[in-house]
Design a protein around this ligand. Structure first.
Ligand SMILES: Nc1ncnc2c1ncn2[C@@H]1O[C@H](COP(=O)(O)OP(=O)(O)OP(=O)(O)O)[C@@H](O)[C@H]1O
Length: 369
């Protein structure tokens, strides 16, 4: 692949507000280089699906622009559609038809006929280890087989860019691992450009050459996973307290821990404290002593190399698990409320890192280093 080729996907300043006032996208910028896998990583409700809908011409932004495979999504949606494959969150396969019938139908929709259609269907069945199941109705397939068929359906017309929306959600660990291998091959050996959305940190880490972390409708940081983790120099120390700290306690502890030698950053959030230290093991005794002096009891402590979880915490200002829980609560509210508009993280764009309610943080070094 030439380094001078135009980006396969480019989005600039996409804004999208849904009826009811939910700001799903709040200035989304995104670039995917040809032949690479970009992982759009973010918690539930961050705006990943809305981004994919706009890039695949299924929704229009309120403002901003985007091109896919060199075609403008608003001016030439038909050209974009011919150049892309889309694997949506929910399977598009007909459960009553067989795997082979589904592939043939999809091929016909893309203009394939006769021997070329048969060849392509057989090729994809073989490619995705579905040959033995080719003549069975899809409703009898396992979750992993269905997902592989979904990807095969998205590839029938040999697209340049493949969109995979949450490709492994709902799969068991074994099927997830198999799907990761498939996606790795598609990008590596077949040179496809892939934009995949995921809310699994591990999936982004494992599959994506570059990760764009999306939070509240915009990208908060983008880069190669190892580089992003490497920028957070030092170790991540996580402490769990027996009792949650109130507001006064949080401020006190944040200040006390942040002032210890070798400690770069401390973030206190309820029962959990996250510290970034030059040497986590060396800092641990002083951290525990400072907490003991403050009358705070520690229930558990761990030291680890920074993970994408820590990258998210650094740039989005809240823990990934908390953001996920907030998104899940939102989805639950929505289900309770029937057709009520979704609200949640997307309703509060632009909250500065570390300033969310219930969180105190102090950075002693300024910036991410
Ligand atoms: N049709 C809609 N009407 C109103 N609000 C919506 C609609 N679709 C999405 N939203 C809201 O827009 C925001 C972004 O949603 P989006 O589905 O793009 O996020 P996501 O990151 O893909 O999350 P998920 O992983 O749960 O699909 C959320 O706050 C959501 O509640």
């Amino acid at each position: 692949m030439s380094g001078t080729r135009a980006p396969a996907v480019e989005a600039r300043q996409l804004i999208k507000t849904y009826p009811g006032g939910v700001t799903a996208l709040n200035g989304m910028d995104l670039t995917v280089e040809p032949g690479t896998v970009l992982g759009l990583l973010g918690p539930n409700g961050a705006g990943k699906s809305t981004t994919v809908k706009i890039l695949t011409t299924l929704a229009r932004p309120d403002s901003g622009s985007a091109t896919v495979a060199g075609h403008d999504v608003l001016r030439h949606p038909d050209r974009v559609r011919r150049a892309i494959g889309v694997v949506a969150q929910n399977s598009g396969a007909d459960p009553v038809a067989t795997g082979r019938e589904n592939l043939r139908l999809q091929g016909r929709l893309h203009g394939l006929r006769g021997a070329a259609l048969d060849r392509r269907a057989d090729e994809l069945l073989e490619r995705f280890s579905l040959t033995d199941a080719a003549r069975r109705p899809v409703k009898g397939y396992s979750g992993g087989m269905r997902r592989r068929l979904d990807v095969a359906l998205g590839l029938v017309h040999r697209p340049e860019v493949l969109f995979l929306d949450e490709p492994t959600t709902g799969l068991d660990p074994e099927a997830r691992g198999a799907m990761w291998d498939e996606i790795g091959h598609l990008a590596g050996e077949e040179g496809l450009t892939i934009l995949l959305t995921t809310h699994y940190l591990e999936e982004a880490d494992r599959l994506a050459e570059r990760v764009a972390i999306v939070d509240r409708g915009r990208i908060v940081v983008e880069g190669a996973p190892d580089a992003l983790k490497g920028e957070l120099r030092g170790d991540a120390v996580h402490l769990e307290l027996r009792e949650p700290l109130g507001e006064g306690g949080r401020t006190l502890i944040t200040g006390a821990l942040g002032a210890l030698p070798g400690v770069r950053e401390a973030l206190v959030d309820g029962r959990r404290i996250s510290v970034r230290a030059d040497d986590g093991a060396a800092a641990m005794p002083a951290l525990l002593a400072a907490l003991e002096r403050a009358g705070v009891t520690v229930a558990a402590a761990t030291v680890a190399r920074p993970s994408l979880d820590d990258v998210y915490l650094r740039y989005a200002g809240r823990r990934y698990a908390d953001a996920e829980a907030a998104g899940a609560r939102t989805a639950g509210d929505e289900a309770d409320a029937g057709t009520a508009p979704r609200t949640g993280p997307g309703t509060a764009p632009g909250t500065a890192p570390g300033t969310g309610p219930g969180t105190d943080s102090v950075s002693l070094t300024g910036g991410a280093r």
